[in-house]
Design a binder for this molecule. Structure first.
Ligand code: OTU
Length: 651
């Protein structure tokens, strides 16, 4: 410990002159220099320790350290004054994202507004809906043809010309900030597109850039790795490697063949991606979504997912962002086993994280009408370290995978393998009596593995109900959607809507007509927004699809507003309430002396709960449902209607 600190301190002293050079070159004033250096001093030792662990065996370690530090300094020098001001503010208010007032939305720029400039016209809409956080799906320059929905990036410093320019992005950011909406963008740092400059240099035989990726002359190494790897997109290509004709070599491609995995065992890659990260952040990003975090470190004989070094790399990026862009937050996108998901969450790693387990188990509860597995999982998995938060979502641009723990299932007598088969059958509409209209994604004949695509409304039964013109079924489908929103908005953490949900948009089967999309069923749940829906809000429609959409929109908007109005819904504290009824999820939220109890019926049959449960949970004898304004007393049994959710507050 002493020894490594000595090395760290001495190295920092030796780096001073390189720093001074950055300040002089950029004419950075002394106050701004000083701010950076204070933070560098504060975070240098832990940063040095990680980089030393990962890279000190390299003959040119000091060179890379120097490059990393000057890259961070350059990032701070380039940071515009309004962002530096925000840094100062958020350093003193690091928990801004725990507020009950935060509510997120995610969307594709082209599907919602044609381009960035058009999207600016809709800022008022986001505000009306109640959003304070907007995730724009990847909008950077991509390869032509299939670009995996923007996740095959050919240049992190330019916007896809079909969407606009970096300057357009900056203008949008200004408008969003004005409207009190934070910006979330992706940091797709596990891989680049095969037409990124680095990849093209590698293809032209440049050895320095070949070392940016994992490239092998023959199958010897790939075959050894394959023994322990899983396949992410097995219907696209078997295995994890792609033969490149030009180089006559094999390239590591965990996802599509055109997404080349970056080699972070090379410190030059770490530094280069740091520079891209700082560039993206300096456009005005509040939160970076770290894509595919699980995959960034490879080690022979392992799954090459969730390696300890992957965590170290993210921690190093985090420390560098604390130093150069301190108001930035990281959001982890680890759609992996729940034990592994939480390991990415921490003040020093990713402050916030998608909650794939809650997402999957909410759909599981809808299929089974039973909350046992959800409750079992929540009972020991919901709590997070201080100053971190879950991002709770119901659908996103990706598929649903059944990521729950097999042991959690076994504990309540469920066989996980069979249960996943059931869920797949249910959500593809095969299971008798199913209400869902999902389609398979990446079905693996060998392992029986499958994931599910489909919009929230189609999965919740609305598509089937509309097709069958069945009014009762429509009613139940709408209630299922509002039930899920009601949980996501109240259970603790940041709720995140996948826009289109607020209108109950159905599956878009037309994606198969586009050859670029046809092979990827996730496009079924990436429909184009129809702004004419907004007119339906004013019309006096009282039948048909228009009125369904109006009801879903208005109810969702109302739930968001209610969430933002109740101080108990801030933060992350949540205790389960034992309801004594397997169909009813119950929990209590508390924050700063405020309390709220939520009861949610996951079945289409009315249920009752003993009112005493509410009294013992600490709400007193009389309380009111915030959603319907109905009053209840603990002396009675509480009747909960089919798929009803109650947000109970003291009267
Ligand atoms: C992410 O998802 C993105 O969300 C996808 O849209 C991309 O295609 C992909 O990365 C590549 O950039 O496989 O089905 O276990 O952790 O990272 C979604 C895999 C995915 C996940 C996830 C990945």
């Amino acid at each position: 410990q002493d020894d490594i600190n000595f090395k760290a301190d001495l190295t920092l002293k030796r780096l001073q002159s390189s720093l001074t050079e950055v300040w002089q070159r950029n004419q950075v004033d002394e106050v701004k220099q000083h701010e950076f250096e204070l933070r560098l001093n504060e975070y240098w030792r832990p940063l040095f320790r990680i980089l030393y662990h990962l890279y000190s065996h390299r003959y040119d370690f000091f060179y890379h350290l120097e490059q990393i530090v000057t890259t961070a300094a350059q990032g701070w020098a380039d940071r515009a004054e309004p962002l530096c001001k925000l840094d100062r503010k958020r350093v003193n208010d690091p928990n801004w994202f725990q507020s009950e007032r935060i509510c997120g939305g995610a969307l594709y720029v082209d599907l919602f507004g044609e381009n960035l400039n058009q999207l600016r016209k809709h800022v008022g809409y986001f505000k009306d809906l109640g959003l304070t956080y907007l995730h724009l799906m990847p909008l950077f320059a991509v390869r032509p043809g299939n670009s995996d929905g923007g996740y095959a990036i050919s240049n992190y410093r330019s916007v896809d010309p079909r969407l606009g320019t970096i300057d357009d992005l900056r203008l949008l950011v200004d408008d969003l900030r004005e409207a009190g909406i934070s910006l979330v963008l992706d940091f797709v740092f596990n891989h680049t597109s095969d037409d990124h400059e680095w990849s093209r240099l590698a293809q032209s035989g440049n050895r320095e850039y070949q070392e940016f990726y994992y490239i092998f002359p023959d199958r010897t190494e790939p075959d050894k790795y394959e023994h322990t790897l899983r396949e992410i997109f097995p219907t696209v290509r078997r295995g994890n490697f792609t033969w490149h004709d030009g180089m006559e070599q094999w390239v590591w491609t965990s996802f599509n063949s055109f997404q080349w995995d970056l080699n972070y065992s090379n410190p030059a890659v770490f530094r280069a991606m740091l520079e891209e990260m700082l560039f993206i952040t300096n456009t005005g990003v509040d939160i970076l979504r770290l894509d595919a975090v699980a995959f960034i470190w490879k080690k022979m004989g392992t799954t090459c997912e969730n390696q300890p070094e992957a965590h170290m790399l993210i921690q190093a990026f985090n420390l560098l962002s604390r130093i150069a862009t301190p108001s930035l937050l990281f959001k982890s996108e680890a759609i992996v086993h729940p034990d592994e998901v939480v390991k990415y969450i921490g003040e020093e790693e990713c402050q916030i994280s998608y909650n794939p387990t809650l997402m999957a188990l909410l759909w599981e509860s809808l299929a089974t009408r039973n909350v046992k597995l959800l409750v079992q999982s929540l009972s020991h998995r919901y709590r997070l370290p201080p100053n971190t938060a879950w991002v709770n979502y119901l659908r996103c641009h990706d598929d649903i995978g059944w990521t729950f723990d097999d042991a959690d299932a076994a504990m309540i007598g469920i066989n996980a393998y069979d249960h996943r088969q059931f869920l797949n059958s249910f959500y593809t509409g095969q299971f008798d009596g199913s209400f869902a209209r999902g389609v398979p994604f990446q079905e693996n004949q060998q392992t029986g593995d499958m994931r599910i695509s489909g919009t929230m409304a189609s999965l919740a039964g609305l598509e089937q109900a509309i097709e069958q013109e069945d009014e009762d079924k429509k009613e139940l489908a709408i209630r299922r959607m509002l039930l899920l929103h009601g949980v996501s908005l109240s259970i603790g953490g940041i709720p995140l809507l996948y826009l289109g949900e607020e209108w109950g948009m159905l599956n878009d089967y037309d994606f198969v007509k586009d050859p670029v999309k046809a092979g990827d069923s996730r496009w079924i749940h990436r429909p184009k927004m129809k702004w004419e829906y907004l007119d339906e809000l004013d019309d006096h429609i009282d039948s048909g699809s228009g009125s369904i959409r109006k009801r879903i929109f208005r109810s969702t908007q109302k739930l968001i507003a209610l969430r933002k109005s109740h101080p108990a819904l801030a933060g992350q504290e949540m205790d389960l309430v034992r309801t004594g009824n397997e169909h009813i999820l119950g929990y209590i939220r508390f924050h700063d002396g405020n309390r709220l109890i939520v009861l949610a019926n996951f079945s289409e049959i009315p249920q009752t709960v003993d009112g005493n449960i509410i009294r013992t949970a600490g709400l007193g004898h009389f309380f009111e449902d915030m959603i319907t304004n109905r009053e209840y007393a603990t002396s009675e049994h509480l009747q909960i209607e089919p798929y009803q959710i109650l947000w109970l507050d003291r009267v």
